[in-house]
Design a protein around this ligand. Structure first.
Ligand code: LLP
Length: 403
């Protein structure tokens, strides 16, 4: 399910460029694929909203029936503002101050704590009165690249599984109510077996937690970014997870719910970044096409060497040539070094695919450029859901003290 070149062209003409475009029905399709695959199992999906937090996207997932996973107290507040009831909100924290945990507790949301230090403080303050999850580091290396691998034995995330004895003493001493165990091994995990490996690590320790109600396996499902890319086989994952839990009933007798926190899977393919070509520069070695965007708008290619498909929607029948697609930022912001595109002319619209997850969300005002507008396509209608920055936005938080 994709938006047509005509729709994208109309949006570019109506809202100008650069503009992020999100397709509501595609997000719904991804959400339904996931929940249908796990139908019949006690599974809850929490949209990892760090991927894209526009309030309309949060409301869309609320309406779809999703729960929501947050990675900061402000995301928690955005989720509540969008209308999620606290019991559908999860705050999976990492490295945060205890004040944020206190605030999350006062808001009544689920919390996964990722350090012995915060867990101790939590126990001292709330004892057994507030159920909590613990984020563990399973010491499994997984994920698309090192920067997005979070479960290995040198990762900052989670309480190392080898510190289980310390964890258990704190739980006992502070009389904590441990409701869930959480792991997230990384992003872009294609191989279903990695999830199963994670579950197996947990099965070894589940009997040590006698009040457990959920196992949270995090997010990280791989989506295809380029031709030939494989995505995580969700149907196979559902079969294997179902089987694994059927073979390991919870020793405390309570059925164990399984939670997932996908970000990319739900929104990556539903997003597009439309840019326009400012300048063509022909050199001996390379044909550069410089667009009116850069790593201030989409940093993934430069930060993770990520591949985003790029299409020239203005000249779909033009002769194919090789280009370096670059940005207009005063840095080497190359989106693609040697990419075959239909002939590119100045003024053409170039569209970046898979821009829904960690696209706008990681954008900045670097070089004092404006952040792009955001448009939601729902039931065929185009809705502006964030206006483009204007000059005043660059100054609005600055305090002018020199005159
Ligand atoms: N749960 C936790 C605890 C996480 O840390 C993350 C992602 C997710 C869920 C969602 O992962 P996903 O399903 O989106 O892969 N900015 C990077 C990805 C960083 C992901 C950080 N944590 C990128 O653009 O590739």
């Amino acid at each position: 399910m994709t938006l047509s070149n005509q729709q994208l062209t109309n949006i570019a003409q109506q809202f100008d460029t650069p503009v992020y475009v999100y397709h509501a029905e595609k997000m719904a399709q991804q959400y339904n694929n996931l929940t249908n695959a796990f139908a019949g199992q006690d599974v809850k999906v929490f949209y990892a909203c760090k991927a894209l937090t526009n309030i309309n996207i949060l409301k869309h997932f609320l309406q779809l029936g999703s729960n929501i996973d947050c990675s900061s107290i402000n995301e928690v507040k955005l989720a509540l503002h969008a209308g999620f009831p606290p019991e559908r909100v999860l705050y999976t924290s990492n490295g945060i101050g205890f004040d944020e945990i206190e605030e999350a507790q006062s808001l009544g949301v689920h919390i996964n704590i990722d350090s012995l230090s915060n867990l101790t403080k939590f126990g001292e303050k709330y004892g057994h009165t507030y159920p909590v999850g613990v984020r563990l580091r399973p010491n499994i290396m997984a994920g698309g690249n090192l920067k997005i691998s979070t479960g290995h034995d040198k990762s900052k995330f989670g309480i190392p599984i080898d510190q289980i004895d310390d964890l258990l003493s704190i739980i006992k001493e502070k009389n904590l109510f441990i409701q869930g165990l959480h792991i997230h091994t990384g992003s872009e995990i294609k191989d279903v077996e990695i999830f199963i490996k994670g579950i197996e690590v947990l099965f070894d320790i589940i009997p040590l937690f006698n009040e457990l109600e959920f196992i949270d396996l995090g997010g990280g499902f791989k989506v295809p970014y380029k031709k030939g890319d494989h995505e995580t086989d969700i149907t196979l994952l559902a079969q294997k997870v179902g089987k694994a839990f059927a073979n390991h009933p919870n020793p405390n007798g309570k059925p164990l719910q399984v939670w997932f926190e996908p970000g990319k899977y739900l929104v990556s393919g539903a997003g597009y970044l439309i840019t326009q070509v400012n300048v063509l520069k022909e050199t001996k070695a390379i044909h550069f096409a410089s667009v009116n965007s850069g790593f201030n708008h989409l940093i993934r290619p430069m930060f993770y060497d990520a591949h985003h498909n790029i299409t020239n929607i203005s000249n779909p029948n033009g002769e194919e040539k090789h280009y370096a697609i670059v940005g207009n930022i005063c840095e080497t912001d190359t989106f693609a070094w040697d990419r075959k595109l239909h002939e590119v002319r100045e003024g053409d619209y170039l569209v970046f695919a898979n821009a829904g997850a960690y696209g706008f969300e990681m954008s900045s005002n670097f070089n004092s450029r404006y952040k792009p507008a955001e448009v939601l396509v729902k039931d065929g209608a185009f809705h502006l859901i964030r206006r483009r920055d204007v000059f005043e936005d660059l100054l609005k938080n600055q305090v002018e003290v020199l005159f």
